[in-house]
Design a protein around this ligand. Sequence first.
Ligand code: PGA
Length: 254
Amino acid sequence: MARKYFIAGNWKMNKTAAEATALIDAIKAKIGTQTKVDVAVCPTFTALDAASKALKGSTIKLGAQNVYVKPSGAYTGEISADMLKEFCCEYVILGHSERREYFKECNCFVNEKVKVVLANGMKPILCVGEKLEEREAGKTIDVVSQQVLKGLEGVSKDDAKNVVVAYEPVWAIGTGKTATPEMAQEVHAQIRKNLAELFGAETAEDMQILYGGSMKPENAKDLLAQKDIDGGLIGGAALKADSFVALVEIAQNA
Ligand code: PGA
């Protein structure tokens, strides 16, 4: 099975419900019915309802940026998988470096979330990536492998088909610095090896591995040309219709 490219917008803590609707309308007008590339937008929780309504009738999927592991109960401020399903979320971003850094999420907690998302019929986008000091110390492959192997521990081969991995070098996120295509490819190839270790080579070949970290129309073509780069998790460039649409179009022609 040839892998499809996947362009996902990680809107982070941006866009009110009204702004989300306006952005989705503008994106939909250009690429709302194409099927060549998988496309998703991941707004904040408070914009999911509006986004879900705005996406109706399009091929663009909805994703959330986080979930809690318990189904319900006394967990002030948290959101359950059922609550996400109410808005037809198909994807959930997990283990983003901002959550690992600011909210102290560890591999083990991220792993619990991955399993909850899969058990609820949604698809995790598991984010992994090394910090600058880890890259400089030659630890990139080790750190990323641990994040993949621990993050996906206990996931079945069947469920693995619904897992997306996003490699996001922390030093490249929001900084304007992108990994060179060769640097990114090296880590993507390692991630596919890790996936093969966990799920077998055939399943690993079918899994999408996205690159994230200052990906934009100017550098997307060269990144997407790499053998193991199957798309992008886009932050800044996903907040404007023009650049997000351009990224999807580049993936369509890659
Ligand atoms: P960026 O963010 O594209 O703004 O670097 C990517 C991400 O953090 O997912």
